[in-house]
Design a protein around this ligand. Structure first.
Ligand SMILES: [Ca+2]
Ligand SMILES: [Ca+2]
Ligand SMILES: [Ca+2]
Length: 528
């Protein structure tokens, strides 16, 4: 065709040099050339395709070409039409068409994971999740793995196949292995039993339970109740569980026994001795106690504290029983002594000059006319209980109206001035006192003779008969007053002779009284 057009080139040059108004020859339309067909390999949803068409005008000059769609546009998979047009300066146009074909000849790619190894404690297998994918340069149609991710795989090795097809019907696959290994559950070891001696309402018990996984690694163990918990008396069940990292659990259980083999401890007081305040007995209180590490069920003492104990010895027994019936006891003796009886005081004084019948006071002769010594004797005092006694002798020597202590002891010798002395003996058994009052008259020999003169004066003797006796007594009295003891004694002896001679026949009673009375004075004086 270009060859045909070349013959007109000189003519075209001529015509173009002429004024337009003078041209009357019609010009040829543009000459346009399209590619015969364009084939492109798919790269996606729209695959860009480039192409070119050329055109020249009647003079052989190139003309711009406009294609629809233009070169570089995206084309879907399959065939599409493209139309190209060129227009020359005279407004003449020419067009041509061609087909663009987008084809997919590239198979897709399946992407499998590496082989999977998983452990399980479940004989039924294990759920396995994996990640597989597929790609294609132009677009996928189907992708499926068998067995699916998330399936339960049996113990052993299972091949997984992942198949892919693309939108053009090209296919591909990949495969990998899933291996499931069955592992033994944890091994857990419980004690055969735990025995603890009771220490209270809740007794802490400790125990050790161990567990290992299939590989022999130690596992934590949870026990219910946990070790160290408090257990009641008797038996209790404990269950322990261990779980491995595969989720497999093993349990074991055992019995905790809290026993009480300890007898109660009982504490009694020592012996108690009390003196009763009444003959009916005495109220006694005491403290006894009992304890048991596991608790008491009873504690009693008989007779109980706070009761009246009779006079004599009573054994008190205290017994405790614990919650399992173990018993223990102690005892002690309570001795109640009869109530105290007060002593009796008996005071004697000697020597006693017996001057006349019916004489009550003790009469001591002060031979020196000043002092008479007396032996005070309380040994006749007594205590019904046999208690030891203390003795105190009191009299008012200084004349102030109050008796003062002059001697202690059962027997005491005191020299007292001439006069009348009320002497009090106080005996005491430690709880109770008793007194006895005696009167001691300390008389000069002359004063003593006064009683004999009274005997004579009060007798039935005539005045005439009395006179020589009284005269002799007064003479002796004068001798004693003057310190003439020997002559006084002699004169009393003469009195005795007169009495024997004159009275023994007529008044033997008076005679004996006078002889005895004078002899008492003689004895006192000569005993000095
Ligand atoms: Ca493909
Ligand atoms: Ca006990
Ligand atoms: Ca007594």
């Amino acid at each position: 065709m270009q060859t045909t057009w070349s013959k007109f080139l000189p003519l075209i040059a001529l015509v173009s040099s002429l004024p337009a108004s003078s041209i009357a020859i019609p010009a040829a339309p543009p000459l346009i050339v399209c590619p015969s067909e364009v084939v492109a390999e798919c790269t996606g949803g729209l695959t860009p395709v480039t192409y070119s068409a050329t055109a020249t005008d009647f003079a052989g000059n190139p003309l711009p070409v406009i294609c629809t769609p233009p070169s570089g546009s995206g084309f879907r998979l399959g065939t599409s039409n493209v139309t190209c047009t060129a227009t020359d300066s005279l407004g003449s146009s020419s067009s041509c068409n061609f087909i663009v074909t987008v084809q997919d000849t590239t198979p897709p790619t399946a992407h499998c994971p590496t082989d999977i190894n998983q452990e399980t404690g479940d004989a039924a297998g294990a759920l396995v999740i994996y990640s597989a994918s597929a790609t294609d340069s132009c677009g996928l149609a189907t992708f499926e793995c068998t067995p699916n991710s998330g399936s339960v795989f049996p113990v052993g090795t299972t091949a997984v196949i992942c198949a892919v097809t693309d939108s053009a019907g090209n296919s591909n696959f990949c495969t990998f292995n899933v291996t499931i290994t069955l592992r033994a559950p944890p091994t857990i070891v419980c004690p055969s039993g735990v025995l603890v001696e009771c220490t209270g309402g809740l007794t802490p018990a400790t125990y050790n339970v161990t567990a290992t996984d299939f590989a022999g690694n130690p596992l934590p163990v949870t026990c219910t109740p946990p070790s160290g918990s408090g257990f009641r008396l008797g038996t209790s069940n404990v269950t322990c569980t261990a779980t491995d990292n595969l989720g497999s659990s093993s349990s074991c259980s055992f019995i905790v026994t809290i026993q009480d083999t300890t007898t109660p401890r009982v504490t009694c007081p020592g012996p108690i001795t009390l003196q009763a305040t009444s003959p009916g007995g005495q109220l006694v209180t005491y403290i006894a106690s009992a304890s048991d590490p596991c608790g008491l069920s009873s504690f009693n003492c008989s007779p109980p504290s706070g009761t009246i104990f009779p006079i004599g010895m009573t054994t008190v027994t205290c017994e405790a029983t614990d919650s399992v019936g173990l018993a223990n006891s102690c005892n002690f003796v309570v001795t109640i002594i009869a109530p105290n009886q007060c002593p009796t005081a008996v005071a004697k004084a000697s020597p006693n000059a017996q001057l006349f019948p019916g004489q009550v006071d003790t009469i001591v002769i002060a031979v020196d006319n000043t002092n008479g010594c007396v032996v005070l004797d309380g040994t006749m005092s007594s205590d019904p209980d046999g208690d030891p006694l203390t003795y105190s002798w009191l009299t008012d020597l200084d004349g102030d109206g109050t008796k003062e202590l002059i001697a202690t002891g059962a027997v005491a010798t005191n020299c007292l001035p001439v006069g009348t002395h009320d002497i009090c003996l106080v005996v005491n058994d430690g709880q109770c006192s008793a007194t006895n009052l005696i009167t001691v008259d300390v008389l000069t020999p002359c004063q003593a003779e006064g009683f004999l003169i009274l005997l004579v004066q009060n007798s039935t003797l005539t005045r005439q008969a009395q006179r020589p006796l009284i005269s002799s007594l007064k003479a002796a009295c004068a001798s004693f007053e003057g310190g003439g003891l020997t002559s006084g004694v002699g004169q009393l002896g003469a009195v005795q002779n007169k009495v024997r001679a004159q009275l023994s026949a007529t008044d033997p009673t008076l005679a004996q009284e006078l002889i005895d009375g004078t002899q008492a004075i003689i004895d006192a004086v000569t005993a000095r």
